[in-house]
Write a protein that binds this ligand. Structure first.
Ligand code: ZN
Length: 286
């Protein structure tokens, strides 16, 4: 007997494909942040700190609960890879996959960055995005994706055989190691899939492959977040620069990024429902 790998379409293939899609997490069931209150709070922001992330490197920053932070394009178009941790517990960190499922492939004002299980709560809410006008372009591309992972030396080695030590994964690990005192190898497992700030990405229409194209970001553009919990952030200025052609090398033009921290009039947040960890308790017998 021979085993065939041939696949044939069933007679009702067209009918099976024609079934209407259903949004997995209907938008109406996701608790919405009170953006009107956040807009009033934004009017009171006072800058308390800033961090410059040099090209092809990473830095960390701390944002107390109730404060805001902005990632700002300066000098030239540049993509950033963002990690977020609970400042008191590195095991709670940004969960890009669930954020994608709850919101969309790309995020903007009003969307939230969710933490991993078992906490599963909003870590930050996006309060302003100067690239919010971009939407989805004719190629299906959008800005600020939660579909990519981060450039890393392991994939680079797998695909090209080369070594490159300034990938976002390495930059974020270096920065976390510096901030926590953990050795590189102990810090590395806490680095996670990112929010690709300013990066323009999508899936090709025919083969659904992940693509990138030159970021539309220009100096002065920024994306702003409200910290729902005490945050430790990590940001890498990607060696891909505007990610128009290449990454994991020193070829692309790269620019620094600026992170700005702001304190609002905290009395305006007296009634803000800062999120607790998710209340679900798994059965104790497991
Ligand atoms: Zn990168």
């Amino acid at each position: 007997m021979t085993v065939s790998s041939r696949v044939t379409e069933p007679a009702d293939a067209a009918a099976r494909r024609a079934v209407k899609p259903v949004v997995v997490y209907p938008n109406g069931t996701l608790p919405q942040p009170d953006m009107a209150t956040l807009e009033r709070v934004r009017a009171t922001l006072e800058k308390t700190d800033e961090v410059i992330v040099p090209p092809r490197s990473g830095r960390t920053f701390r944002v107390p609960k109730g404060h805001f932070f902005r990632i700002v394009s300066i000098e030239g178009p540049q993509v950033g890879d963002l990690n977020l941790w609970n400042a008191d517990n590195l095991s709670e960190r940004f969960f890009s996959g669930k954020t994608r499922a709850l919101h969309a492939t790309h995020v903007s004002t009003g969307d939230r960055l969710w933490s991993n299980m078992p906490s599963l709560r909003p870590m930050a809410t996006i309060t302003h995005d100067t690239l919010g006008w971009y939407g989805f372009d004719a190629d299906g591309g959008g800005v600020h994706d939660v579909i990519g992972t981060r450039c890393d030396p392991y994939t680079h080695r797998l695909l090209s055989g080369g070594t490159y030590d300034h990938c976002c994964h390495s930059n974020l690990t270096d920065a976390l190691s510096e901030a926590t005192g953990l050795p590189f190898k102990e810090a590395e497992p806490f680095v996670h899939d990112v929010l690709n700030v300013f990066m323009c990405t999508g899936f090709t229409k025919d083969t659904k492959q992940y693509f990138m194209k030159a970021s539309p970001v220009r100096p002065g553009d920024f994306i702003e977040f409200f910290a729902e919990i005490d945050l430790l952030g990590g940001l890498s200025a990607c060696p891909g620069g505007d990610c128009s052609s290449t990454h994991s090398s020193d070829i692309a033009a790269c620019y620094p990024l600026k992170v700005e921290i702001f304190r609002p009039d905290l009395s305006l947040l007296a009634d803000w429902p800062f999120p607790e960890v998710n209340g679900y308790q798994p059965p104790s017998c497991r």
